[in-house]
Design a protein around this ligand. Structure first.
Ligand SMILES: *Cc1c(COP(=O)(O)O)cnc(C)c1O
Length: 466
């Protein structure tokens, strides 16, 4: 039912192999949701119709990637597949040293262990769940130095992921350079709604770090999306090929920690890449302990091959342009139905503003967790909470209270069609029309770490005066 004003770029692929999906009746979905403790992470995939939980590892690989898997060299040591991956990473990102890991958090662990001494500080733009967890597990203290606009879901600005240079400078002054382990810039910033960092801002952060002899790392899970948004939004970079911008971003940092399950169209994998020989030596040694030998790092030879091909595909402009267009299409269709979403729309996901969707709930009613649950119940579509549940607790056991309560509708790459996106938008729009009837949730089980994955919930008592 797309209106003529909304059009999607035609898909730059055709479908060669299909995977059946089915939609359960609503009564059945209600039961499965209750069985899952109202946590979408605990739903069975078979009970989900359209799965927008995450774009992590849920991508459709190309025929070239599947073909490459057949030549995987499964040797324990010195695999040829590793050499092919290393040359792809050095061609595309520009780093000479590579440590493969089983996925992104493996790289975060090696980096945090190599570079953090207990009590040191790490600065970042907002935070990412697993990144902050590894920093803290290794004795680091995390400081958020993102621009204030990042916390405003309606400020329609091009680079809401930028680092606030004044905040970073003040932090370095306050703790002292020697107490700064490193600066970790996420680009784009997942928890701010997929907001990108400008090349200009990254270069200024790099200059500030250099002047203070502080090391700089990029969280590179979706760097290609960030590079694409730079090519669309940053006047000095307009229209440049994504491949060139990506290299420019990597040129001003010491290392990247990457979840390959995002940009690179694979189902598993990650890596740390760097131009710092000292970091490489330490991380590749730690790799042997935590991941596997430094030429496979927890991945099979065939996975290294699929990744080597994916890394070269991901910087082709037509792929990234279509991906971002799909996300924008879903966002605009929701907005057309009146559903409150974060602006600008991110490159990997549409973020629904749960506070605005459910204004009758308080933050303690877990509005984003509740909305993700009710979206599944109403439509069979699976989304993810990004609010107080994901934010977790501080060292004193108090809830972190993020200003944003978001539900993330994340787009797997090359997996769904426009008809699927229309189904999602129409279903959530109908739910929005009934929003006043939707209750909140509360915890009934909360694990000590990364609680959003495994917590269970029950219906919050209905307030009499609500
Ligand atoms: C996914 C992700 C990670 C962690 O990577 P995994 O592969 O899930 O371990 C780190 N940072 C960002 C921004 C991510 O999106």
């Amino acid at each position: 039912m797309a209106t003529p004003s909304l059009r999607l770029l035609p898909e730059p692929y055709r479908i060669k192999m299909i995977e059946p999906i089915r939609i359960l009746p609503e009564a059945e979905r209600r039961k499965r949701l209750a069985d899952a403790g109202y946590n979408t992470f605990l739903l069975r995939s078979a009970d989900v119709y359209i799965d927008l939980l995450t774009d992590s590892g849920t991508n459709a690989m190309s025929a070239a990637q599947w073909g490459a898997m057949m030549i995987g060299d499964e040797a324990y040591a010195g695999s040829e597949s590793f050499e092919r991956l290393q040359s792809a990473i050095s061609d595309v990102y520009g780093f000479p040293y590579l440590v493969p890991t089983h996925q992104g958090r493996g790289a975060e662990n090696l980096l945090s262990k190599a570079w953090i001494k207990p009590g040191q500080s790490v600065a970042g733009n907002m935070y990412f769940t697993t990144t902050r967890a590894h920093i803290e597990l290794n004795g680091g203290i995390f400081h958020d130095v993102i621009v204030d606009e990042a916390h405003d879901p309606v400020a329609n600005l091009p680079f809401k992921g930028n680092v606030d240079l004044k905040k970073l400078e003040a932090l370095i002054k306050k703790v002292g350079r020697a107490a700064m382990a490193y600066v970790a810039v996420g680009a784009p910033v997942n928890l701010a709604g997929g907001q990108p960092v400008s090349l200009d801002n990254l270069r200024k952060v790099s200059a500030l770090c250099k002047a203070n002899e502080v090391r700089l790392v990029l969280d590179g899970a979706r760097l290609v999306e960030n590079a694409y948004m730079i090519s669309q939004r940053e006047p000095a970079q307009k229209g440049r090929p994504v491949a060139e911008i990506l290299k420019d971003m990597c040129a001003v940092v010491d290392a990247i920690a990457v979840s390959a399950k995002k940009d690179a169209y694979v189902n598993i994998g990650g890596f740390l890449a760097t131009r710092d020989k000292g970091l490489y030596d330490e991380a590749s040694n730690l790799c042997v302990l935590y991941e596997g030998l430094h030429t496979y790092g927890g991945m099979a030879g065939r996975d290294l091959e699929a990744l080597a091909v994916g890394v070269r595909e991901m910087v082709q402009d037509e792929w990234i342009a279509h991906r971002v267009a799909q996300v924008a299409y879903l966002g605009e269709r929701l907005a057309e139905g009146g559903v409150p979403i974060v602006r600008p729309i991110g490159g990997h996901a549409v973020f629904v503003d749960a506070r605005a969707f459910l204004p009758h709930l308080t933050q303690d009613d877990l509005p984003a967790q509740a909305l993700a649950a009710w979206i599944y119940q109403a439509t069979g579509v699976r989304a993810m909470e990004r609010g107080i549940v994901s934010a977790g607790r501080d060292e004193k056991g108090r809830n972190h209270r993020p200003s944003l309560e978001l539900v993330r509708l994340t787009m797997p790459r090359r997996a769904y069609t426009q008809t699927h996106l229309d189904y999602v938008a129409d279903g959530i729009t109908r739910l929005y029309e009934k929003r006043a009837t939707l209750p909140g949730l509360r915890f009934c089980y909360e694990p000590p770490r990364l609680r959003f994955f495994q917590s269970r919930f029950e219906l919050a008592p209905v307030k009499v005066n609500a």
